[in-house]
Design a protein around this ligand. Structure first.
Ligand code: ZN
Length: 353
């Protein structure tokens, strides 16, 4: 009986490697590229935590390139069959004997050139500038990496430009569109109120360590950041291609003042600024969301970029705050490992970019 679980023409979407390699080489490449993919991926996450968004973009692109290579090698090994067979393989436990896999990152001359630029920036204690790292494109078939603009199909394997993954400077902060942006911005206050529910003033002001902020400081910090975001949004909407002020956004340290305020005052501060921000953004046309300006690090940016920036920042803090709430409550009840101490208070924090 024919298998109708997949469309026959879709079967070969992942093509095998263009060059001929034997099984031993393919096993080694599968292991090496898989390890490289993971290393680049977690390095990208770390770079974002350090607010090095262009360096993170480079690591993300290199990770995608390694994934394509690993996928092609896996395909060469006959690892990709029908979903029913793949489920059976997954249950059986995939075993790979790759021997000594060898070097997992920095494997092409071009990757090394890009990494050298990142090294130069890092040695100066800063992120790569958009002028130092153009838009990056990764061929999803063979992992070929290109910078700048795509002129056509992949020069290595002939895969069309449409099947490349883009890592654009203007999307370094994420790719949420207006609808998702507004939905997120409208719901943060609700999440903040859920996070502080049933915690007393002392707990809300408590720092778990000398260097980690309390819940009140984090909420106050989000209010400060929202005001900066609104000012930038206003400049983008009301002036022609503004140069965004180089002043760095308020740091968490400057939010220490909120620690001595009652939680209602801190939440009010957040409520007031977000309300103004939402009324500035509500009902904007697509053209308005694409109005652009210049940023010293990110080059040409637009309102979508800035909104993704503030959402990325807010989402990271919401996750930290959910953890802090859990630790405060669990610690008080000496049930540190008990998963049921706090339910899910922040929703939508793990949706895709
Ligand atoms: Zn290719």
């Amino acid at each position: 009986m024919p298998d109708h679980s997949f469309h026959p023409f879709c079967e070969d979407r992942i093509k095998p490697l263009p060059m001929m390699i034997d099984d031993a080489d393919a096993r080694q490449l599968f292991a090496r590229a898989s390890m490289g993919q993971t290393a680049y991926h977690v390095w990208a996450e770390r770079a974002r935590k350090e607010r090095r968004f262009n360096t993170a973009r480079l690591f993300d692109a290199l990770s995608a390139a390694r994934l394509a290579r690993a996928g092609a090698a896996f395909h060469r090994l006959g690892g990709i069959r029908s979903t029913a067979e793949n489920v059976a393989s997954a249950l059986a436990g995939l075993a790979v004997d790759a021997g000594d896999a060898g070097r997992a990152t920095g494997t092409t001359d071009f990757a090394r050139e890009l990494l050298a630029r990142a090294q130069r920036a890092a040695s100066e204690g800063r992120d790569l500038r958009a002028s130092e790292l153009g838009d990056l494109f990764v061929c999803t078939t063979c992992g070929e990496l290109q910078e700048g603009e795509l002129s056509g199909a992949c020069p290595q394997c002939g895969t069309v430009a449409e099947a490349h993954r883009a890592f654009r400077a203007i999307e370094a902060m994420g790719t949420l569109g207006p609808h998702a942006i507004m939905a997120f911005l409208e719901h943060t206050e609700e999440a903040l109120r859920a996070l502080v529910a049933d915690l007393d003033e002392a707990s809300l002001s408590r720092r778990m360590t000398a260097t980690t902020p309390s819940l009140k400081e984090q909420i106050g910090h989000l209010a400060d950041m929202d005001a900066v975001f609104r000012e930038r949004a206003w400049l983008l909407l009301e002036t022609e291609h503004p140069v965004l002020p180089p002043a760095h956004p308020p740091t968490l340290d400057s939010a220490a003042v909120y620690r001595d305020q009652p939680i209602d005052a801190v939440l009010d501060a957040y409520h007031m600024t977000r309300k103004q921000t939402l009324s500035l953004l509500r009902g904007l046309t697509s053209a308005a969301w694409h109005r652009s300006g210049s940023h010293e690090l990110y080059g040409t940016i637009n309102l979508l970029h800035q909104a993704n920036w503030v959402i990325y920042h807010e989402r990271s803090h919401l996750i930290d705050m959910a953890q802090l709430r859990h630790d405060l409550i669990a610690g008080d009840r000496r049930r540190y490992q008990d998963a049921t101490v706090t339910g899910v208070v922040v929703t939508g924090s793990n949706e895709g970019e």
